[in-house]
Design a binder for this molecule. Structure first.
Ligand code: AP5
Length: 214
């Protein structure tokens, strides 16, 4: 069981890149943000607990996230290749992942740090639209849908995530700087961190990542 981590600030392109990498490799995409949004939509106990944190742009408590990921890994097999997106975000989460993979004879092979300037993050997040039905992401200027307001994949309605309002975005970026960015040094020490320029066309970015993973 091996894993890579897509790491970066909100809007750095983790979800966009993950979809493309998934389509051309054997990696299984695990996004804690998508798992939480599904839990909120389905009104589960996890969803009810997570919703208020997400609306404020704060991190959901580690215990909730750790349980979600453990349950997902329990369903996996020894040959699985995982691509984490939005996880880990804190030191306890990264320690849990290492222990959990270790118990299954696995490890993190690469942490791909999607490096993106702050003004680009703001432009991307304010223009992002997401499909209400299947979760597909696009951007009204950078990567527009074929038909305005309609998902390219399933024809569902595109909406603006509640945490993509400007005030919440600013809080999410602050939370990232305070609570998550410190993981960069940890992964650098472990010699698994690879910095990638995310401020370029998606196709080129995906190609750069594929070369790194070869
Ligand atoms: P989560 O869903 O993980 O959100 P995030 O980390 O804030 O990341 P985003 O989904 O906003 O951005 P992204 O990097 O995926 O960018 P995207 O590809 O969409 O988490 C949401 C919330 O859940 C958190 O705030 C927290 O409350 C909670 N949570 C989740 N995980 C947690 C955890 N582990 N611990 C605690 N709490 C947790 O791209 C953005 C836009 O840019 C899109 O419109 C896209 O089309 C466009 N774009 C992407 N790449 C490019 C490019 N190269 N060029 C031009 N445009 C681009």
């Amino acid at each position: 069981m091996k894993a890579i981590i897509l790491f970066g600030a909100p809007g750095s392109g983790k979800g966009t890149v993950a979809e493309r990498i998934k389509a051309v490799t054997g990696y299984i995409h695990i996004s804690t943000g998508d798992m939480l949004r599904a839990a909120v939509k389905n009104g589960t106990a996890v969803g009810r607990e997570a919703e208020a944190y997400m609306k404020r742009g704060e991190l959901v408590p580690d215990e909730v996230i750790i349980k979600l990921v453990e349950e997902r890994l329990d369903k996996g097999g020894p040959e699985d290749l995982y691509m984490f997106d939005g996880f880990p975000r804190t030191v306890p989460q990264s320690e849990l992942l290492e222990k959990s993979l270790g118990r299954r004879g696995g490890k993190v092979t690469h942490v791909l740090f999607l490096d993106t300037p702050r003004d680009v993050l703001l432009q991307r997040l304010t223009g992002r639209r997401t499909c209400r039905k299947c979760g597909w992401n696009c951007h009204i200027v950078n990567l527009p849908p074929k038909k305005s307001g309609i998902c390219n994949l399933c024809g569902g309605e595109l909406y603006q995530r509640p945490d993509d309002q400007e005030a919440t975005i600013v809080n999410r970026l602050e939370v990232y700087n305070k609570q998550t960015e410190s993981l960069i040094a940890r992964y650098d020490r472990q010699k698994v961190l690879v910095k990638v320029n995310s401020n370029q066309k998606v196709d080129k970015l995906v190609e750069d990542i594929r070369q790194i993973l070869k």
